[in-house]
Design a protein around this ligand. Sequence first.
Ligand code: GTP
Ligand code: MG
Length: 226
Amino acid sequence: MTSTPGPRAPASSKPEPTAAAQAVAWLHTARFLTTAPRLEHLPATEVPEIAFVGRSNAGKSTCINTLTQQKRLAFASKTPGRTQAINLFALGKQGLTDAVLADLPGYGYAAVPKADKIRWQQVMANYLVTRENLAGVVMLVDPRHGLTELDEILLEVIRPRVEAGMKFLVLLTKADKLNRAEANKALSIARLQTAGGEVKLFSALKKQGVEEASLLLWNWAHPEQT
Ligand SMILES: Nc1nc2c(ncn2[C@@H]2O[C@H](COP(=O)(O)OP(=O)(O)OP(=O)(O)O)[C@@H](O)[C@H]2O)c(=O)[nH]1
Ligand SMILES: [Mg+2]
């Protein structure tokens, strides 16, 4: 991203940290806020909220841990379906919350009973349609699986909000498992499938895409300063 300036450096005689470095430092302030088994248990928030959505096991919780540089803020696991509630994390320096990250349960995990699956799809859809302060959605896709049917449904659910100005980013996760040709192919297919939306490669293992994603999130949460 070269077009949108990032966080402003504080006035000081020290060399100014880059916008990306400040965005990364801002994400590191993340702390657990609350967990809600159902939508109606989620507290209303006053600040911009950024939700991480995607198929079960896509790497949402790992992505949050990587972006916030914390090992176990969000629960990541080899077992799909690990995140079963909506978990909120507060962001902001000096204990002042200026944004919230939401780790949502993954969808599409085969072993989940059908009734639970449908319930969760409804919770997700409700959240994405009704959550008032939702400023942006990060959709995580494992490019080795491509977009699943549920990803497509979710895209349709959020399309009106994206058209109304909500921010949207697709992260192709586990990019460390792709070679360069596969990565380029995955990028172009995802760009087509998301109608030209913003798509980036991400690897928690190699810390690929961390600065870019951090800057975007900072900009989403501070539109008045960008
Ligand atoms: N190689 C590699 N593995 C990753 C990466 N990100 C996540 N994983 C692995 O993928 C598995 C699932 O990661 P999670 O972060 O728990 O996935 P999730 O999307 O939160 O899953 P649910 O909570 O079930 O929806 C774990 O074994 C992670 O270690 C990555 O960038 N590279
Ligand atoms: Mg998770």
